[in-house]
Ligand binder design. Structure first.
Ligand code: ADP
Length: 741
């Protein structure tokens, strides 16, 4: 049984590491363990004394929004030596520490593995030295758990490492910003991302930013690669594309293995095309700033899982990394993580690029192929003339809808299909209002907020359905891709129910989930929910910053309709003390407890508490009611303020996560539609993202997963995180009234 645990961050810093430390510390304290923090990675562990210090509940308060790591991180040459590691063991033994949690990259995880392997021999040496005389018995083994912390996303055993999502957001926003200046001056930009052996950031950044060309370490370039690139840029300029963006990973190589330098790219493009080329090396900006909501939640989930695994550990010492695969926590032996992570770099160094790509996985290869389609100057196939595929965005708008339209439309055009945009969702189908979609123009849609096609909430009546059938017939619509939320799904169901009556409605359709509420069956994430979550978390961070002289409680209302996703995840990511969810409702007894907890926290010195309330958490205990109740019961201890975040939640450009999700879904929607059209199949298919895997369902399968009365899926995966959110943010342990922690 583990009794005492130390946590540290090591190697390169990554945004979200603080959330990992907070989760480890608080979960471990809750499990009754003694907890230490080690400053400056292995260097602090070797140095000992002040670098290994006990951590309490409040030591990790308020650190969620902070970038970097508050424990500090370092690279340690001393730890690479056996003598250095003996000192590390001495410092751990001195505090009775028998478990170590290391947040870092493959180097740091390797170090942890070696330390655990050598532990018994070091303890023996310390015994011989007489160091242990009189001291409590040294633990016979050291349990080590790793958390993947690396912005490169080069670690085996997890789909995403802590810090990657934040870095990607920096990259796509930087490309957005450069795009506007590039367009104004008709300039070409070369943008370098991090990634010495891993092209993930460059690849996803290019996809999310709508780049014209991408160069990654995992791809073998042919001898004439620069001619192909310059020709593509030249043609893009000739057809009037306002800007060109070449995204290059820092580890991209020439066919002979030598690195491709950004200045070299600039020279090639400027000299061959006689154009104005500017270079932007994004560098450490990618690591900086407040972590994204995804990174905070990822680190929190992994931190909790690491402690849970340690608490349940038997006699066999744990040497594992905890990662997230398909949205599920998975433990992988440290050695396997290190070996398989480093294998890709070795393959690239030896020139085995295909093997390197295979090790990166199917998703990587598919994304590279997709980018190659999207960077084309014109579609690969000539357009068929028989009918068109319609694309619509329905219900309320969600960030990422434009991305999905852009990708789905271009993928279909590339297969030779004509596409057309339907204006204002189903109203456009009723009125016969369409918008032409053009290959070149669509390239600039990937990062646009909201929906350029227009959205509208409208429930189809029997009369409407007849009109829709007429429009479909008249305009020879052969298939329909509907991107939207619950209302869109329900309208498609209405159309399908009348397909027997109106032959025109008997066409293939694909439903793509897009709503900020994340309340749809068959998918764990909907397009738009990540942007909304980040909008909420950024607003909550700002509210927290107002904590000053006045003690305040904020009651913040967020969207989500009948789904508590936004409220719960925002609480997890921001450290809000409470989230009222529609799935759980609100009871009077609970409100009583919350008032008592609130009073206690302010009496203990807290200055700011945030209670989140989903807009439909209760019919009668409204946001206003809760605010008044808390105010009435404050008796001068604190003030209460209300914030209804409203439509700012759905605003702004889509996050990197939403652009990637929308791109994947858009391309799969196009693939399924073109397959159905070729086979003359008339099904209604629905896309879903389970973890990072995209699945295709039939409409009837999906409807079975839906609780129509409640307006949300029967099973919602995120509810398993309620206990974690409550445990980590609870007020009580901050201070007890008797002054103890
Ligand atoms: P990252 O963890 O981000 O990959 P590094 O590779 O620099 O960063 O590793 C961080 C630290 O982990 C190193 O400075 C060193 O102290 C320790 N470390 C890395 N590899 C080993 C190794 N093979 N043996 C012992 N310690 C190692």
């Amino acid at each position: 049984m583990v009794r005492s645990l130390a946590v540290m961050t090591s190697g390169g810093d990554a945004p979200g590491m603080n959330a990992g430390i907070r989760a480890v510390v608080r979960r471990a304290l809750d499990c009754g363990l003694k907890v230490y923090g080690i400053e400056n990675g292995y260097e602090g562990l070797v140095a000992g004394s002040g670098s290994v210090r006990p951590l309490g509940w409040s030591d990790v308060g308020g650190i969620l929004p902070r970038g970097g790591t508050f424990l500090g991180t370092a690279r340690s040459e001393r730890f690479r030596t056996r003598e250095g590691r003996l000192l590390a063991v001495k410092n751990l033994v001195a505090q009775g520490i028998d478990a170590l949690v290391v947040i870092g990259g493959d180097g740091s995880l390797m170090g942890a593995h070696i330390l655990a392997e050598e532990w018994p021999s070091h303890v023996e040496a310390l015994q011989k030295e007489g160091f242990l005389n009189g001291a409590a018995e040294a633990p016979t083994a050291l349990h080590v758990m790793g958390l993947p912390g690396s912005i490169d996303n080069d670690l085996y055993g997890t789909d995403m490492s802590i810090g990657v999502d934040t870095a990607l957001n920096h990259i796509v926003h930087a490309i957005d910003d450069l795009t506007s200046t590039a367009a104004s001056h008709q300039r070409t930009f070369v943008v370098e991302t991090m990634g010495r052996h891993c092209g993930y950031l460059a690849l996803m950044g290019a996809l999310g930013g709508g780049a014209s060309w991408v160069l990654v370490p995992e791809e073998e370039l042919d001898l004439r690669w620069h001619q192909k690139m310059t020709r593509a840029i030249e043609k893009a300029r000739a057809i009037g594309r306002p800007h060109q963006m070449v995204v290059v990973a820092e580890g991209a190589r020439h066919p002979d293995g030598l690195p491709i330098r950004t200045e070299e790219l600039k020279k090639i493009l400027a000299e061959r095309l006689g154009i104005d080329v500017r270079v932007t090396v994004l560098g450490h900006v990618q690591r900086g700033g407040a972590p994204s909501a995804f990174d905070r939640i990822l680190a929190t989930r992994l931190g909790v899982a690491a402690v849970d695994a340690l608490v349940q550990a038997g006699d066999e010492p744990l040497r594992h990394m905890v990662g997230l695969q398909k949205n599920r926590v998975v433990l992988t032996p440290l050695m396997e993580v290190v070996e398989k992570s480093q294998a890709v770099g070795k393959q690239i160094d030896q020139g085995f690029y295909q093997e390197a790509q295979k090790l990166r996985g199917e998703g990587f290869i598919r994304t590279l192929d997709l980018i190659k389609t999207l960077t084309r100057i014109e579609p690969a196939a000539a357009t068929h003339t028989d009918g068109v595929v319609g694309l619509l965005t329905g219900g309320a708008d969600a960030p990422g809808m434009n991305t999905a339209v852009s990708i789905a439309a271009r993928c279909l055009m590339n297969e030779g299909f004509s596409v057309v945009g339907v204006r204002d969702a189903f109203m456009g189908l009723i009125r016969g209002e369409f918008m032409p979609l053009e290959w070149n123009e669509l390239t600039s849609w990937v990062n646009r907020p909201s929906s350029d096609l227009g959205t509208m909430r409208h429930e189809l009546t029997a009369e409407d359905v007849e009109r829709v059938a007429e429009t479909i017939e008249k305009h020879q619509i052969r298939g329909l891709i509907a991107i939207g939320g619950l209302g869109t799904y329900q309208n498609v169901v209405r159309l399908s129910e009348k397909a027997g009556e109106f032959r025109a409605l008997n066409i293939p359709m694909v439903l793509v989930p897009a709503t900020i509420d994340n309340n749809l069956p068959g998918t764990e994430f909907t397009i738009g929910c990540d942007t909304a979550l980040n909008n909420i978390v950024q607003a909550l961070d700002k509210i927290r910053h107002t904590a000053g002289a006045t003690k305040r409680t904020f009651v913040v209302e967020v969207m989500g309709r009948q789904s508590g996703f936004l409220a719960l995840m925002a609480a997890l990511a921001s450290g809000a003390e409470k989230a009222y969810l529609p799935e759980k409702g609100i009871t009077l007894a609970e409100l009583n407890e919350d008032v008592a907890a609130l009073r206690e926290s302010f009496q203990c010195g807290k200055r700011m508490v945030i209670y989140l309330r989903n807009e439909n958490a209760s019919r009668h205990y409204t946001t206003d009611f809760i605010s008044r109740l808390l105010e009435e019961e404050s008796h001068g201890l604190y003030q209460v303020r209300t914030a209804i975040l409203g439509h700012l939640q759905r605003g702004g450009v889509p996050s990197a996560f939403d652009r990637i999700l929308a791109s994947r879904m858009g391309s799969v929607a196009a693939r399924e539609m073109s397959a159905m059209l070729r086979r003359d199949q008339r099904e209604i298919l629905v896309l879903g993202q389970r973890g990072r895997g995209l699945e295709v369902f039939t409409l009837s399968q999906i409807l079975q997963e839906m609780d129509m009365k409640e307006g949300r899926p029967k099973h919602q995966w995120f509810l398993e995180l309620v206990a974690t959110a409550e445990a980590l943010a609870k007020h009580a342990p901050v201070c007890r009234l008797d002054g103890t922690e």
